[in-house]
Design a protein around this ligand. Structure first.
Ligand code: TXD
Length: 319
């Protein structure tokens, strides 16, 4: 059986980490694409030299030519500019929208059958734009944010409760920004929902509220510490989790930025919701019941995403 082919568009911090994870998890051969000459080639050569030590046979190729992504099974897009301190995700809009145009056209021409995972910020608007420019079916284009946001939430909750991170599940809905909606009723330790844990005296509502707030601002906290870029280890791990769900037809139920066509009362936009990811791409959008507070917060988040889409429409990408 031929190996899977994974195209990584953008060979920066997340792109390089994705390539390393794809190699060590035996996901297939990797093509690292970037507009900067030398960087994807250098990272690919460096990573190829991990193979003998790790016992991994996946081949990596660095390139500046879209023709090399031909026939990719999965494309993971991180191309663009990352946030700097003091820069909001929305400041990135103008620059990264034009990048999505170039990337979307490259995928359309060379890998139209791929499952595409967008990571570039501002996420919910960029995944929508990438889908528009690539023309791929909506169920084959998703955005990565919810897996990362819920991983951050799970990490903070595990610390708070003093339990294994493995036993904490968490649900985060909505756009990838400060309006994201961590849902505590659907977040558990081994099946015990957080409100029950509060009643058991494991934490207090105030402490959980502070964790929810820290999760919402989780990206900014790391940007402020790094000073020269944004988080990349956990974002790459989260992106690879989604790629693996597709390649291995795992039917994972993961929060992803997915296209809504009436689900959750929303139409014509991408936003974070639980979906089933398998060989068919987004096989199902899972509609969970939300209480009034979560519903209102979700709507606020959707409105923020719509604002970004309006801002996108006002940008002339032909320039
Ligand atoms: O949860 C999430 N979705 C995110 C998103 C979590 C963390 C970071 N997130 C966003 O991912 C971040 O705001 C950025 O928009 C992307 C990529 O982050 P990364 O840390 O990898 O940024 P780098 O290191 O700057 O890498 C970006 C690369 C860099 O090598 C550029 O030369 C390249 O993108 N680039 C391009 N590649 C291909 N084609 C074009 N046009 C292009 N323009 C720049």
């Amino acid at each position: 059986m031929a190996r899977n082919k994974i195209a990584l568009i953008g060979a920066g911090n997340i792109g390089g980490t994705l390539a390393h994870l794809a190699l060590t998890r035996d996901l297939g051969d990797v093509v690292l694409f970037d507009v900067v000459e030398g960087v994807p080639q250098g990272k690919a050569l460096d990573l190829n030299q991990c193979g003998p030590v790790e016992g991994k046979d996946g081949n990596l190729k660095g390139t500046n030519d879209y023709a090399d992504i031909a026939g990719a099974d999965v494309c993971i897009v991180t191309a663009g500019v990352a946030r700097k301190p003091g820069m909001s995700r929305d400041d990135l809009l103008g620059i990264n929208l034009k990048v999505m145009k170039a990337v979307g056209e490259g995928i359309k021409a060379h890998a139209p059958n791929a499952f595409v995972i967008c990571i570039t910020n501002p996420l919910d608007a960029m995944v929508w734009a990438l889908r528009e420019f690539s023309g791929l079916p909506h169920h084959m284009v998703v955005g990565m944010a919810g897996v990362l946001d819920s991983a951050r939430f799970r990490h903070f909750l595990a610390e708070e409760f003093g339990v294994s991170k493995q036993d904490v599940t968490a649900f985060v809905l909505g756009g990838h920004g400060d309006t994201m909606v961590p849902v505590i009723e659907y977040s558990t330790v081994a099946g015990i929902p957080i409100p029950a844990l509060i009643k058991m005296g494991w934490s207090t509502q105030e402490r959980i509220d502070a964790i929810v707030d820290r999760t919402r601002k989780g990206g900014g906290e790391i940007v402020a510490l790094l000073k020269t870029g944004s988080a990349y280890y956990a974002p790459a791990t989260s992106g690879i989790e989604m790629a693996e769900a597709y390649l291995k037809d795992k039917k994972r139920l993961l929060p992803c930025a997915a296209y809504l066509d009436g689900q959750y009362g929303q139409k014509g936009l991408y936003v974070g919701v639980p979906v089933i990811l398998g060989a068919g791409g987004v096989e199902k959008v899972v509609e969970i019941e939300l209480n009034d507070k979560a519903k209102a917060n979700f709507q606020t988040s959707v409105d923020a995403v719509k604002e970004l889409m309006v801002a996108c429409a006002a940008i002339d990408t032909s320039l």
